[in-house]
Design a protein around this ligand. Structure first.
Ligand SMILES: [Zn+2]
Length: 385
């Protein structure tokens, strides 16, 4: 396999088109503040028969990833199990909490750490409501790069303990999730800093694509009619959408699955914008929710998320904390111990918001991820300390 030439890749502003080299460490457009997308890269997946002979990690899709596998950074991430949902034969659940750091964010974090080391940066900064931060901290530790992680002061004690165990410097920021993002942005602007942002850095989304690739491979070369995905900052919605686009562009699937994105009712700027037909996220004031991982009032890639869901023919729905609590309990009673946020998609399915009747050509009609381990968070109803 050829070594991917990083100098052929660039970052391009989605709003004004200005380009940046990867080594400039830009994390948003210096001219207009727009988000940056990856350009200069054409994925080309080999046949399933070839992929099937490779080791069970997300690097089995190497030809569709923008950087080569780092032998000493990978922790074996990817190829998580796909299991049937409790009492619903039309639905399958992707057990993404069985990742090295306990959440689906490892898919993107491993690419960021790999890039950071290829670029030789002296330090990384991340911000997160928890899972992205812990994933970045794990891979920064593995890559031997000092890492500072900004989290909201209310972040679960389990996640903070995990960050510290990895050796990250943890900055707990009072106020909202947006205050945390602002504090991280200030740190990210310091010279020589690699902002390992799951929201801004397009390499993160490239890693999240493997969620769609794995489903496609695990179902024998097809995808279900519906992908049910949680949405806060939209890393999985955008990653899965890009992955489906790769498969579609190569003729490996016949049609794009519809993306049904799920928000918490108390913090739903994308669901509201979708309902109102707006191109960008609605201006809202987020209320506290037990689904802390998707409580994002100002998603920076909101317009891209809305466009992706619309292009897929999907919809954005909301679930209440009571519904999330009930779904969390139902999953645990079926042996699946996830954090509350990770029950949001199952809550939408249980509430009957999504048609899951079996298709005539067999296979599941819908698939939802179980994103984060229950071991990270306090049980619903117990306030974080
Ligand atoms: Zn721009």
């Amino acid at each position: 396999m050829e070594i991917t030439a990083l100098d052929k890749l660039s970052l391009t502003c989605a709003a004004c088109g200005r380009g940046y080299g990867l080594d400039e460490l830009a994390w948003r457009c210096a001219d207009c503040g727009g988000v940056l997308d990856l350009t200069g890269f054409t994925p080309a997946l080999p046949p399933l028969s070839v992929i099937g002979q490779r080791r069970p990690t997300l690097w089995r899709y190497a030809e569709a990833l923008p950087i080569d596998e780092p032998a000493d950074i990978s922790l074996g991430e990817g190829m998580t199990p796909l299991v049937t949902a409790p009492e619903d034969p039309g639905v399958m659940l992707k057990v993404d909490y069985l990742m090295p750091s306990g959440s689906f964010k490892d898919r993107g974090a491993v690419l960021l750490a790999t890039l950071a080391r290829r670029l030789g940066v002296p330090r990384m900064v991340a911000d997160s409501s928890g899972n992205a931060g812990t994933a970045v901290a794990a891979y920064a530790a593995r890559a031997g790069i000092p890492c500072e992680v900004f989290v909201p002061a209310a972040t679960s004690a389990g996640k903070v303990a995990q960050l510290r165990a990895y050796g990250a410097a943890v900055r707990q920021i009072p106020g909202s999730r947006e205050d945390t993002a602002d504090a991280a942005a200030d740190a990210a602007d310091q010279p020589g800093t690699f902002y390992a942002s799951h929201v801004y850095h397009p390499f993160f989304l490239q890693g999240m694509k493997t969620y769609a690739f794995e489903l496609w491979e695990q179902l024998g070369g097809r995808l279900p009619a519906t992908l049910v995905l949680p949405v806060g900052n939209g890393t999985l919605v955008l990653g899965a959408y890009l992955g489906c686009r790769d498969l579609l562009d190569q003729g490996l699937i016949g049609r794009m699955p519809q993306i049904v994105a799920v928000q918490a009712a108390g913090c739903a700027p994308l669901a509201q914008a979708f309902r109102d037909g707006q191109a960008g996220p609605a201006e809202i004031v987020g209320e506290p929710t037990i689904a802390e991982g998707i409580a994002i009032a100002r998603p920076a890639r909101g317009a891209q998320i809305l466009a992706a869901v619309r292009d897929s023919g999907g919809v954005i729905v909301t679930v209440t904390d009571d519904q999330v609590n009930a779904a969390h309990s139902a999953l645990a009673r079926a042996g699946l111990y996830v954090e509350p946020t990770a029950a949001a998609c199952w809550a939408a399915l249980q509430a009957g918001l999504i048609d899951t009747s079996l298709r005539p050509d067999a296979g599941p009609s819908a698939i939802a991820p179980l994103c984060g381990s229950g071991l990270k968070a306090k049980p619903p109803g117990v306030p974080a300390d």
